[in-house]
Design a protein around this ligand. Structure first.
Ligand SMILES: *Cc1c(COP(=O)(O)O)cnc(C)c1O
Length: 419
């Protein structure tokens, strides 16, 4: 099920009051749900020695939510310097931050090394001499290319711009050692919204094979492997969820097998974003217009600038209309925003209950890659973010943008007065 019934039960009774108090549209996140998922991940991997999740900041870069995840023991995976600064601002230390950038600039390396640095994950062998000061611990992002693991092919990473190619991986570690690296990690990220546990287990198997290969070639040990993120969630009501517990158990078995063969096992890191917060957020928007032309359009007060996934990827986001929950009539409609862009649709030819102006629509599963992918095209202003706290109160954790925010980076000529 998209968006848990428990979240709906917490949200819907207070939905009108929240919309009244804060105005629409808003993304709202469920503290209880986020904590439950965080604890579920930690519990699932409890059998893996020193497992750690580094929340992928890009999924929901709000310091209030990040602080909750830090309380649950998570570190942070950062893909940009701004995200890294954000992680530092919520109190993350060098060991709590994994910096996984691509096409990294000299300036990024400089800032990454400040304040004790971070866990640096390099994306290419040519970056080794470009790191101003090689940290004692270094990690590389591995891109398997067209290699086969077991009987199944892992994605099509040949076309991906990320990571060190298979034939360069040993040389990459050797080059880092020559510059003083003494401790090592291995990272990969070859999945996206994957609900098949087999795939993630194969990813770990692949990483352990590379650990074996590099260890033999260079007589080193690995401190950790990082299996990346990409754990999937069901966006559609009929989709089955990922079996996290069985996935974690099988990964634990792989690590134990490795330990029996090698006499040690590296730590396991994961850096999920979507799985952690995705189902625990919703975009709430009000119907403001209804238009019957060749199709029926429900116009709402949010646009794709608040949630880009449907317009950009054709992604499905479930929509409910809580006030019409008891109404079993259905109408086929497109749910649209105000942009001059025909992709500005939250749903296309969707069967929904009859919607009137003023009705609140809840767009599910916007807790990851939602608000943060927002943009300002057409002068659209990004909406506020709210947190539904464990005690039932609602907190404004990011205000809505204003016209003044939009103008803040512009230089206006002094205005001529007609006086
Ligand atoms: C985007 C990203 C993640 C998180 O992906 P999810 O699909 O949200 O789990 C993790 N690691 C890296 C390097 C990423 O780019």
């Amino acid at each position: 099920m998209p968006m848990s019934t428990a979240f709906e039960n917490r949200l819907y009774p207070r939905l009108s009051a929240v919309a009244e108090a804060f105005g629409t549209p808003f993304h709202i996140y469920d503290e209880v749900g986020i904590r439950e998922t965080a604890r579920r991940i930690n519990a699932a991997f409890a059998g893996v020695r020193a497992f750690r999740e580094f929340f992928a900041v890009k999924a929901l870069p709000n310091p209030r939510v990040m602080a909750i995840l830090a309380e649950e023991g998570f570190g942070f995976d950062c893909s940009s310097i701004t995200e890294l600064i954000l992680a530092r601002r919520v109190g993350a230390g060098p060991r709590d931050i994994m910096f996984t950038s691509n096409n990294t600039s000299a300036e990024d390396f400089r800032v990454a090394a400040l304040e004790g640095g971070c866990r640096l994950n390099l994306d290419d062998i040519t970056l080794v001499p470009k790191v101003p000061q090689m940290p004692e611990e270094i990690c590389f992002r591995y891109n398997p290319g067209a290699r086969r693991t077991g009987n199944s092919i892992i994605g099509n990473p040949v076309e991906a711009k990320y990571g060190v190619a298979h034939d360069q991986i040993v040389d990459a570690y050797r080059a880092a050692m020559d510059r003083g690296a003494r401790r090592f990690g291995l990272h990969t990220m070859v999945a996206s919204n994957e609900r098949n546990a087999d795939y993630m287990v194969q990813t770990v198997t692949m990483l352990l094979d590379i650990v074996t290969l590099v260890s033999r070639a260079l007589s080193i040990r690995f401190e950790f492997i990082n299996m990346g993120g990409g754990l999937g969630i069901p966006y559609r009501p009929d989709e089955a969820p990922l079996d996290l517990e069985s996935m974690a158990e099988r990964i634990r078995d792989r690590l134990q097998r490795f330990e029996r063969a090698q006499g040690y096992a590296p730590r396991l890191f994961m850096e999920s974003g979507r799985f952690v917060t995705g189902p625990h957020g919703a975009l709430v928007t009000r119907a403001i217009n209804r238009k019957d032309t060749y199709r029926t359009y429900i116009g709402v007060d949010a646009s794709m600038t608040a949630l880009m996934r449907p317009g950009m990827y054709g992604a499905y986001h479930h929509i409910t209309v809580p006030a019409k929950a008891g109404d079993h009539h259905r109408q086929t409609v497109d749910v649209v925003g105000p942009l001059c862009e025909n992709n500005d649709k939250f749903a296309i030819q969707r069967e929904l209950p009859p919607i009137a102006d003023g009705d609140l629509l809840v767009i599910h599963d916007t807790g990851a890659h939602g608000h943060c992918m927002g943009f300002n095209y057409n002068g659209q202003l990004r909406p506020q973010e709210l947190l539904l706290r464990a005690d039932g109160t609602v907190e404004l954790i990011r205000r809505a943008e204003t016209v003044a925010d939009y103008f803040a980076t512009l230089n206006f000529l002094p205005m001529e007065t007609n006086a």
